[in-house]
Design a protein around this ligand. Structure first.
Ligand SMILES: [Zn+2]
Ligand SMILES: [Zn+2]
Length: 454
């Protein structure tokens, strides 16, 4: 596909609104379609043409990460052009984004965002120009095998790849010298303009501010989904959450909203443990202070009110192999690996292998454990226990989130004050400060940092 830069990709004042309907664009692939809705959320920047318009983005290129000017390429017929309003960098990007090795292609980091639709490809049906959209880290196409099996958290569109050697997602922009610029995971997010396939876009119809809504594309929504979308925390049940970062605190909130009997939050960082108590944790544990004793500590906390065999007692068994009967009903491992030494308390095991094993051990026989945090090393489990003392292991890909079903629900829960999407934002940044937002995320000196685009 060739690029035909437009001569009129100008920025207009905020008083102007997009007036025309369909308009052919350069490159022949994309069309502006539909009349924007005349709401207070109409685009503040009117664009008569999209292809060739210039904008800025945070870009990892060569051996650096900085803000660069670039030019939009033509969109696919199923892609959407979005003017970014807010984005929260995810911890999973910090290793790549802040690395100093030379990389083979220029890329805008992150895999979620929030903004206003400014143009749609000819085949787009889900969103319209003027819609406010959460761009989620996971797609939901509704048509692939996984979506048809009821598992859109594994939508094959997300895991789509082309022929070997072919980029699954084409570049969405180019530097002014013509160097192609890609978006991480086909989404990016840390640029004034982003493009996304419609399968990743979830229109939201609410007056909630962009800084809160952008949390529903990834961290907060994933953590809350851990307790709601797949595992289904039961009222009165015992819940343990490893990691009180942006994801883990979402799971803590799910414990509170879904009426867990107790929510035990585990994190080495003192300010995060204190924060967890404000969001619904009933107990916090420091994994450094607890050491290997943390499993037995959790089992004691979940021992229940009586130990009588015929009265529902959890701990009546005295045999050695009765130990696995004890533990939490639901455990979420959201600690993840430690990509950089933080400026606050460090994790006891930076690889996260031990935390994954402890999460499994803390789960009672017949209970449920979700593994959300990455570890790059193999993890071993005792074979006999794995076979006999069954815990159901749930994969943690976005916590089992079904983006088109769940994000509108979470919007309602934020509106009703059930989900706190305010206090979890501990720092806001201008777009010019976006590199610092990534650095602070890596340093773990903030819970969630949100970049606001002006
Ligand atoms: Zn993420
Ligand atoms: Zn699908």
């Amino acid at each position: 596909m060739t690029t035909t830069p437009s001569s009129n990709g100008r920025r207009l004042s905020r008083r102007h609104v997009l007036k025309s309907g369909a308009a052919a664009l350069g490159g022949g692939a994309a069309l502006l379609t539909g009349e924007p809705e005349s709401t207070a959320q109409a685009p503040a920047v009117a664009t008569g043409s999209q292809t060739g318009r210039t904008f800025k983005g945070l870009v990892r290129h060569a051996n650096t990460l900085d803000i660069q000017e670039m030019r939009l390429l033509p969109i696919d017929a199923r892609q959407v052009v979005i003017r970014s309003l807010a984005v929260a960098p995810c911890y999973t990007i910090v290793r790549g984004a802040l690395g100093t090795n030379s990389i083979r292609r220029a890329e805008v980091p992150n895999h979620c965002g929030f903004g206003v639709v400014e143009a749609v490809g000819a085949q787009v049906r889900r969103v319209q120009v003027g819609d406010r959209v959460v761009v989620a880290g996971t797609s939901q196409c509704g048509q692939c095998y996984q979506c048809l099996q009821g598992r859109p958290d594994y939508c094959q569109f997300t895991f789509f790849s082309n022929a070997p050697g072919v980029e699954p997602f084409p570049p969405f922009a180019q530097f002014l010298d013509g160097t192609p610029v890609y978006a991480q995971a086909g989404i990016g997010g840390m640029s004034e303009i982003m493009t996304a396939f419609e399968e990743y876009c979830v229109p939201v119809f609410t007056d909630l501010p962009p800084v809160q809504l952008t949390l529903l594309g990834d961290q907060l929504a994933s953590g809350f989904a851990a307790g709601h979308a797949d595992m289904h925390f039961q009222p009165g049940s015992d819940v343990v959450v490893f990691g009180a970062g942006p994801v883990g605190l979402g799971a803590v909130q799910a414990g509170r909203v879904m009426g867990a009997g107790q929510v035990i939050a585990v994190d080495p960082i003192k300010y995060r443990r204190e924060f967890a108590l404000k969001l619904g944790a009933t107990t916090t544990l420091d994994p450094v202070a607890e050491g290997d004793g943390i499993v037995e500590r959790v089992r004691e906390l979940c021992r229940g009110a009586n130990d009588r065999r015929f009265a529902g007692g959890v701990t009546w068994g005295r045999a050695a192999n009765a130990a696995p009967a004890r533990g939490a009903d639901f455990v979420v491992e959201a600690a993840g690996l430690q990509a950089f030494p933080p400026k606050v308390e460090a994790q006891p095991d930076p690889t996260n292998v031990k935390t994954v094993q402890q999460a499994w051990d803390c789960t009672r026989m017949g209970g449920h454990v979700m593994l959300m945090g990455f570890t790059l090393q193999p993890v071993s489990f005792p074979g006999a226990s794995l076979a006999l003392f069954g815990r159901t292991i749930h994969p943690g890909q976005q916590g089992g989130l079904h983006v088109m079903r769940d994000i509108p629900r979470y919007v309602k829960l934020i509106e009703k004050g059930k989900i706190d999407a305010t206090s979890v934002i501990t720092k806001k940044y201008s777009f010019a400060e976006s590199r610092q937002a990534v650095q602070d995320t890596a340093d773990r000196t903030i819970i969630t940092g949100v970049i606001e685009f002006s």
